[in-house]
Ligand binder design. Structure first.
Ligand SMILES: *Cc1c(COP(=O)(O)O)cnc(C)c1O
Length: 362
């Protein structure tokens, strides 16, 4: 058959150059790779939830503004009154929306290592992305380097994950304030791990006109629903709303998230348990010869192996039925690094046992 279609002519060069975001298959494994909450709900809550879904009218389009859920979010998370909230199909979609709104010559800046979607989505849209290295030993912001990059590149958007993924730490809050003050563009505080940290910039929204705070319910315990939100000045949210697809939050997600956030005690217990287990895993990791764990304010821990051991430890863990995330292939500051999500106590014990076995087999 003659070739009618030439893939390399059909698609933008940015798209051709990308590789798709790969998710590992976790079938049959203890899943500690994706920062999910390991707990489900008690039967009676599940039944109440199912009851609340009965009245969803699946034949109708959902509320395009998801007003009820938006109000619940503003109320539960105490978003200051004068700010607007935009919902996304996961916070990933919000990152995409923001970047789609920028002019083609826009510059995007974030610390490196950071959340991979900032770079992936910037490059996909043909924007110029700058990753500014964190300090090697602490993964703290290199403030002079950040300020110099702001001066040179005049970024339209700066992403700061707080706590940072994949390093788990909270950046110095005064350094963040200086970055917001010096930036001429928007600064997005990505608080995906807020449920596991005792820090937030939500109350500082009124102080900076270029600050937006983004969150998600994924890490809290609702990853399957796909819901993120961003709070900021109405004049900014108004522009983002023009790009948002009208029905981006489906009716089951609207109803289920609203139900869940009205039962937020449930998550308080679960996140408290996860935070307590984080201490157990951190201590367990640092007891092991050849492992250095980094302090975390999130529901995962980054740890470093001895030189060139990360790949074989990752594989040995998987062969013992435990899936974590291998960051060594990303190189740079993440060379020899692995990341484990905090699971249930018995899963964490299984992980630490498997890791001990892997180390002694090296
Ligand atoms: C997981 C994660 C997200 C994406 O969250 P979704 O709402 O599930 O799309 C955003 N930012 C950071 C830093 C994350 O780790």
């Amino acid at each position: 058959m003659p070739q009618k279609i030439r893939i390399t002519r059909l698609f933008r060069k940015e798209v051709l150059a990308l590789s798709a975001y790969k998710v590992a298959d976790a079938t049959g494994l203890i899943k500690l790779d994706a920062m999910e909450n390991p707990y489900s709900w008690p039967e009676d809550i599940k039944n109440q939830w199912l009851e609340s879904l009965k009245d969803c009218r699946l034949n109708r389009y959902p509320d395009p503004e998801a007003r009820q859920l938006t109000n619940t979010i503003k109320h539960v998370y105490k978003i200051p009154e004068q700010f607007d909230v935009l919902l996304g199909n996961g916070s990933d979609e919000i990152i995409q929306l923001l970047l789609m709104a920028l002019p083609p010559d826009a510059q995007v800046l974030a610390p490196d290592p950071g959340f991979v979607m900032y770079k992936q989505l910037s490059q996909c849209l043909g924007l110029t992305y700058h990753g500014i290295p964190l300090l090697a030993d602490t993964f703290e912001l290199d403030l002079p380097a950040m300020l110099a990059a702001i001066e040179t590149h005049q970024p339209s958007v700066i992403f700061l994950a707080y706590p940072n993924n994949p390093t788990g730490n909270l950046f110095n809050a005064d350094a963040i304030r200086e970055i917001i003050t010096k930036a001429n563009g928007l600064v997005i505080l990505d608080e995906a791990y807020a449920p596991f940290a005792d820090a937030s910039f939500i109350n500082e929204l009124p102080q900076y006109e270029n600050l937006l705070v983004m969150r998600t319910v994924s890490k809290l315990g609702l990853a399957g629903l796909r819901l993120g939100y961003i709070a900021g000045a109405p004049a900014i949210i108004e522009q983002l709303n023009k790009i948002r697809l009208p029905y981006n939050i489906n009716i089951l997600t609207q109803a289920s998230t609203d139900f869940a956030l009205n039962n937020s005690d449930l998550f308080d217990q679960q996140t408290a348990e996860i935070r307590a287990q984080r201490d157990v895993v951190f201590a367990g990791l640092n007891e092991l010869d050849g492992i250095t764990a980094y302090p975390s304010s999130a529901n995962f821990i980054l740890f470093r192996t001895k030189k060139d051991h990360a790949d074989s430890i990752f594989t040995a863990l998987k062969n013992q039925g435990v899936l974590i995330k291998n960051l060594n292939p990303q190189g740079g500051l993440l060379t020899d690094c692995l990341r484990v999500t905090i699971g249930k106590p018995e899963e964490n014990t299984a992980f630490l046992t498997a890791l001990r076995n892997s180390l002694s087999a090296l």
